[in-house]
Design a protein around this ligand. Structure first.
Ligand SMILES: *Cc1c(COP(=O)(O)O)cnc(C)c1O
Length: 389
C-alpha cells in the first residue's frame, strides 16, 4: 500500500478562518472590497511596518502594478534576479519591457552585488539604465540589501522587492519586503501564509499606492458614469479571501517558528552525511525558512539531486529541484545575463545541485522522520543495493 503523501508546502489553516468568512457572508460583503480587505491591508502594513498596503488577487499582480507605477513601458529594461519563479519576471513582459537577469552569490543564493554592479556599470556606459531592479528573497532568505541598495541608490534606480517567499523574515532586524520602493508578498496556497490565492503591495509611497488601487480597479475615473482614460486591471482581492488572510496573519509568527524548527531538525539529522550542505542563513538576518533547501555534491554522494527527488517521489514524498534560473528558460532565450563572475554561473550550479525538502508548518515529526530516513537510506546507497539484489 502506498504511504500517505507528504506535500512540499501545503496550506496550514489556523481554524479561525471560518469566523472571518462567516462574518463576510453574514454582512453580505461578497465582493472584491469590504471590511476584511481594508482590515487585512491595515494589519499586514502594521505587521511589516510599511505606511500602507494594497491587497490584490496575486503576488504576480502586485509585481505588475509596481512596474506599472514605476513607469516601466515598451523599450525599457528591468533587472531581475535570475534564480526565481517565473512570476518575478513575467510582469516585465506584460509591460513590453526587456528583462536583464542577474546571477546569485553562494552566501545568500540571492542577487549577487558583484553581478549587479557589473550590470549597472554596463548599462550606464550604454546610456540606458534599467527602469527598476527586482530583487527576490528566495526561500525566505533576504538578499544582501545593504550592498544591493547602495548600488541602486548610486544609479538612482528604484527597487521592487519580491518578498513573495519571505514574509516574516528580517534583515538587520527590519522586515523583509520593506527595503525597496515597493515590496510584494504572495498568499498563494504554498506560501508561508495563504488566502488560497492573493498578494499584497506595500510601500511608504502612499500616493503611488492610491494609484495602485485605481489601476487594480479597472482605472475608473472619478465621474458619475463609467469613464476610463487609461488601461487598468481587475486585480482586487475578494473580501472572503481577505478574511482567510486575516486569520492566517494572526499566526504568522507561529508559522515562522514551525518552519525554522523543521529546518533545524533536518540540519541536525542530516548534516553528518557527506556531500550535503544546507542553504546558509545570511549574517544579521532571520529567514522564515519557507522551504528547507540543500545542495547535493554529486562527487561526494555519488548521486545526482535528480535521483534523490525521484527516490522521494517513489515513496510519495514531494521534493523539488531549486528554481530553474530564468536565463536558462526557453521563454527568456537571448536575454542579457550577468553571472556572478566571468567563469562562475552560481545560479546554474544551485539549480543542478539543489533540492527543496517538504517543509510545511503543519508537518508532523513522524512525517519528517520519514523524509530523513529515506534521504539517509538513499545517500548511504541502501536503496541502490536493494535494487541490484
Ligand atoms: C509565489 C511567487 C510569486 C508569485 O506569487 P503569486 O501569488 O503566485 O502570483 C512571485 N515571486 C516568487 C519568488 C514567488 O515564489
Amino acid at each position: 500500500m502506498k504511504k500517505p503523501r507528504i506535500f512540499l508546502s501545503p496550506p496550514h489553516m489556523s481554524g479561525r478562518e471560518q469566523e472571518y468568512i462567516k462574518e463576510a457572508f453574514r454582512t453580505n460583503w461578497i465582493a472584491p472590497l469590504g471590511p476584511n480587505v481594508d482590515a487585512f491591508e491595515r494589519e499586514l502594513a502594521s505587521y511589516v511596518g510599511a505606511s500602507e498596503a494594497v491587497a490584490v488577487n496575486s503576488g504576480t499582480a502586485a509585481i505588475h502594478l509596481a512596474l506599472s507605477l514605476l513607469g516601466v513601458t515598451r523599450g525599457d529594461t528591468v533587472f531581475c534576479s535570475t534564480l526565481t519563479f517565473v512570476a518575478s519576471a513575467n510582469p516585465i513582459l506584460y509591460q513590453g519591457a526587456e528583462p536583464v537577469f542577474i546571477d546569485s552569490d553562494f552566501d545568500s543564493w540571492n542577487m549577487s552585488p558583484q553581478a549587479l554592479q557589473r550590470a549597472l556599470q554596463d548599462a550606464a556606459l550604454q546610456g540606458k539604465l534599467p527602469k527598476a531592479v527586482i530583487i527576490v528573497n528566495l526561500y525566505g532568505q533576504s538578499a544582501k540589501m545593504d550592498e544591493l541598495l547602495t548600488l541602486c541608490d548610486h544609479y538612482q534606480v528604484p527597487v521592487v522587492e519580491d518578498a513573495a517567499e519571505s514574509l516574516g523574515s528580517t534583515y538587520k532586524g527590519k522586515p523583509s519586503g520593506t527595503f525597496g520602493h515597493f515590496g510584494v508578498y504572495s498568499f498563494n496556497g504554498n506560501k508561508i501564509i495563504t488566502t488560497s490565492g492573493g498578494g499584497m503591495l506595500v510601500s511608504n509611497d502612499v500616493e503611488s499606492l492610491q494609484k495602485a488601487r485605481f489601476l487594480a480597479t479597472q482605472a475608473r475615473d472619478p465621474a458619475p458614469y463609467y469613464q476610463h482614460s487609461q488601461v487598468g486591471h481587475n486585480y482586487r482581492l475578494s473580501n472572503i479571501l481577505a478574511g482567510v488572510g486575516r486569520a492566517q496573519l494572526e499566526v504568522i509568527d507561529d508559522r515562522v517558528s514551525a518552519r525554522r524548527l523543521i529546518f533545524e531538525r533536518y540540519q541536525q539529522s542530516l548534516s553528518h552525511l557527506p556531500g550535503i550542505s544546507f542553504m546558509p542563513e545570511l549574517e544579521n538576518s532571520m529567514s522564515n525558512r519557507w522551504l528547507t533547501t540543500l545542495i547535493i555534491d554529486e562527487l561526494e554522494t555519488g548521486i545526482p539531486s535528480s535521483q534523490i527527488i525521484e527516490a522521494m517521489a517513489n515513496e510519495n514524498i514531494e521534493a523539488r529541484p531549486v528554481w530553474k534560473p530564468l536565463h536558462m528558460q526557453p521563454l527568456f532565450k537571448g536575454a542579457t545575463y550577468f553571472s556572478h563572475s566571468e567563469d562562475d554561473d552560481v545560479s546554474a550550479k544551485l539549480f543542478s545541485r539543489g533540492v527543496c525538502l517538504p517543509s510545511g508548518s503543519g508537518m508532523t515529526e513522524e512525517e519528517q522522520t520519514r523524509v530523513v530516513n529515506l534521504l539517509e537510506e538513499t545517500l548511504e546507497g541502501v536503496l541502490v543495493t536493494r535494487e541490484i539484489i
